[in-house]
Design a protein around this ligand. Structure first.
Ligand SMILES: [Zn+2]
Length: 377
């Protein structure tokens, strides 16, 4: 008889990649999924997890985080302690590092974390190193901090990790054009902020965006124009961008998620393509906390559990071009798995505008498996 390293039994398996939403057992060996089937005997495993009454999903792929900790001292969170233990087995760092600090980010953080880390390179040379240092913030606005050829060369040297370029509003509108050039020249994509600031209305930002590009903070509540207009209707430019394949990503963050904008958008059929946290030091103690809390907000907004899982596993995997081995529970895929409990109670969830809503359930990770190994129990 085959002896597996780990078998997860009796859980409700939700794997949108295989269109599974049913009770199955999952067997894991040597870091990969071996099989997903009914009644795998407990005696065939070195370790057994009983997931009765729980939900089993692929490891979460959080498409917007800032894990460049210590290099960005007031922004970055430590990935293993904040993302991995809470269910995000893979994260995308959304432009914490520019080309000057990327080598340190790679050597000291990416190479030494259990969390799988992909990155977007910031269009600004030092990225967000000085973020939340208000007295030196204006330094960032200098166009002299952008070097296109160094940025391109850094992407080319780190193709396995760097998936695209990040336009961050602090670098100004001119940088948007430069980010477009970098993405086109390297054949990668661009992530743009649906930004807080008055200077960059969404119609201007969307003009630069193509298929496969990611508009993060998609349910920003303002003060700049949101995806919905003053009458609450989804803007024409937004509909057009969605039709041409722009990805709408939540990127909850400290100031970038409004229940009311999300609700009105979803009612009109504008669902996010991907649900991400924008987890960083400024929001980890609220309003974001962790990925389970962000996912719960979308259950509260009426999305099904299956849809929420798809938007945090399969869809981000596709956006990053890694869906062959991550974001799903297919046999031979990497064994990144989360066992969740939908805990009943009364939970006050808060958005970035201060609006509170009560949820009667909260998605909590009970077991996290990364590369076939149990991370938390
Ligand atoms: Zn961010």
């Amino acid at each position: 008889m085959t002896i597996y390293d780990l078998v997860i039994k009796n859980g409700l398996v939700i794997d949108p990649a295989q269109e599974i939403e049913e009770k199955f057992d999952i067997a894991v060996s040597r870091g990969v999924i071996e099989s997903v089937e009914k009644n795998i005997p407990s005696s065939s495993a070195k370790t057994v997890i009983d997931a009765s009454g729980m939900i089993v999903t692929p490891g979460i792929i959080d498409l917007h985080t800032h894990v460049c900790y210590s290099i960005c001292p007031r922004l970055g969170v430590a990935p293993d302690k904040t993302c991995l233990v809470n269910g995000s087995t893979t994260v995308l760092d959304a432009g914490s590092a520019g080309h000057i600090v990327f080598p340190s980010f790679r050597e000291f953080i990416i190479n030494n974390s259990r969390t799988k880390i992909y990155a977007l390179l910031n269009i600004g040379s030092i990225g967000l190193v000085t973020f939340f240092f208000d007295r030196v913030k204006s330094v960032l606005l200098s166009p002299e901090l952008i070097d296109i050829s160094e940025t391109i060369s850094c992407i080319e040297k780190n193709r396995d990790i760097i998936k695209g370029v990040k336009w961050h509003h602090v670098y100004g509108q001119e940088a948007l054009l430069l980010a477009r050039q970098v993405a086109d020249k390297t054949g990668t994509f661009m992530m743009c902020e649906n930004s807080a600031l008055y200077w960059y209305p969404i119609d201007i930002v969307l003009k630069f965006m193509k298929k496969g590009d990611i508009l993060t903070h998609c349910f920003h509540g303002g003060p700049a124009p949101a995806v919905i207009d003053e009458e609450g209707r989804v803007r024409q430019e937004v509909e057009e961008a969605r039709r041409r394949g722009v990805i709408f990503d939540v990127g909850h963050g400290q100031a970038s998620f409004s229940f009311s904008v999300a609700e009105k958008s979803i009612q009109q059929g504008l669902e996010p393509t991907t649900i991400s946290t924008d987890l960083h030091l400024g929001n980890i103690n609220g309003p974001v906390y962790d990925v389970g809390t962000t996912l719960t907000k979308f259950l509260l907004l009426g999305l099904s559990l299956r849809d929420v899982v798809e938007k945090a596993t399969l869809n981000p995997a596709k956006a990053l071009g890694i869906s062959d081995r991550l974001g799903n529970l297919r046999p031979s895929s990497v064994a990144d798995i989360v066992v969740w409990k939908l805990v009943k109670g009364k939970y006050e969830l808060i958005d970035c505008m201060g609006e509170k809503r009560i949820s009667e359930e909260l998605l909590r990770p009970i077991y996290v498996v990364s590369n076939g190994e149990l991370v938390v129990r």
